[in-house]
Ligand binder design. Structure first.
Ligand code: ZN
Length: 315
């Protein structure tokens, strides 16, 4: 009895400590707010559980602080872009309810690429809603191969981190239509071999704007991935300079941070301070500056990776 009471008291203290640390925790010196979610506070679970917020008439942020989950309500159900991963999937589901929607009405889960932090919640949210899970053929295969290799090496996924079963295959030029909403699909590889990107019309006070989700906004996989990534950036610089609402896959982008420290949470705070002013998420100049930064960064990445490969050969 006494033991139970002590244990309960200890648990209570732990819960309080977690709450206090979430409330008092913040960015480390030199870190921006968005950056803290991927930096000093990356493992602070309570800190990560931020309140959902409205970005546009038909776009809500329902993810944890570190990784975006975008909710796009339509006249015929909900579209979810990415799912985050455990231990945040129930928070995502709750956040959807908090902004006034029923997660059972999700019809499509569009994944931005085959990395766990984006697909981790897909199986659970699909089971809850019956939604179709969409990804490119290349990234479905990439996700399955990564998981198979991990299992072979004795590092299989933790329960809840399994890759979703292959479902809907999307490709360049597809349009996903749900009610009044059309989402166009592009393939812009480099972060993963088949990272898709999504374009749709977002509204602010009923006025239309071009919204864009770039699925893989940083290069991976050495010279090969870097070269593909640079090609994707060049395509964006040619055909997508008119993006007005860049809905990024993380509040802070590790590879090429948002210019002027304007990550998603900074934009959220600017909007909250001046709710009747211009919507800070509508910012074509920020997008174009980011493309410039990403272009220069990709060129540098490829040069560094080439140097590394050469050093490897001469050793
Ligand atoms: Zn990734």
């Amino acid at each position: 009895m006494k033991g139970t009471r002590i244990a309960t008291f200890a648990l209570g203290c732990l819960a309080t400590a977690a709450l206090v640390s979430a409330q008092t925790a913040g960015p480390a010196p030199g870190e921006s707010l968005s950056q803290s979610y991927r930096g000093s506070q990356a493992r602070n679970v309570e800190y990560q559980k931020i309140a959902p917020f409205k970005v546009m008439d038909n776009v809500y942020y329902v993810g944890p602080g570190s990784v975006s989950v975008w909710l796009v309500p339509t006249s015929a159900g909900l579209i979810l872009i990415d799912t985050a991963q455990e231990p945040y999937v129930d928070t995502v589901i709750d956040n959807i309810r908090k902004v006034g929607f029923d997660p059972k009405n999700i019809k499509y889960i569009l994944l931005t690429h085959g990395h766990l932090d984006h697909f981790g919640g897909a199986t659970k949210i699909k089971a809850l809603s019956g939604a179709r899970v969409a990804l490119t053929e290349t990234d479905w295969n990439f996700m399955a191969t990564q998981q198979a290799n991990a299992i072979k090496n004795g590092r299989g996924p933790k329960p809840g981190d399994e890759a979703p079963a292959k479902d809907m295959v999307i490709k360049e030029g597809d349009t996903i239509t749900l009610g009044d909403t059309k989402i166009k699909v592009y393939v812009l590889p480099g972060h993963t071999p088949g990272s898709p990107a999504y374009e749709f019309t977002a509204y602010d006070n009923k006025k239309p704007y071009k919204a864009f989700v770039f699925g893989g906004p940083g290069p991976r996989n050495g010279v090969e991935g870097g070269t593909e990534f640079l090609k994707s950036i060049e395509r964006l610089e040619k055909d997508f300079t008119d993006v007005q609402v860049a809905l990024n896959v993380h509040s802070y982008l590790n590879s090429y941070p948002y210019p002027n420290d304007m990550g998603i949470l900074e934009l959220r705070d600017v909007k909250a301070k001046n709710p009747n002013g211009p919507n800070p998420f509508i910012n074509n100049a920020l997008w174009r500056q980011w493309l410039k930064d990403a272009h220069a960064g990709a060129v540098k990445y490829i040069a560094e990776e080439k140097a590394k490969a050469q050093k490897g050969q001469t050793n």
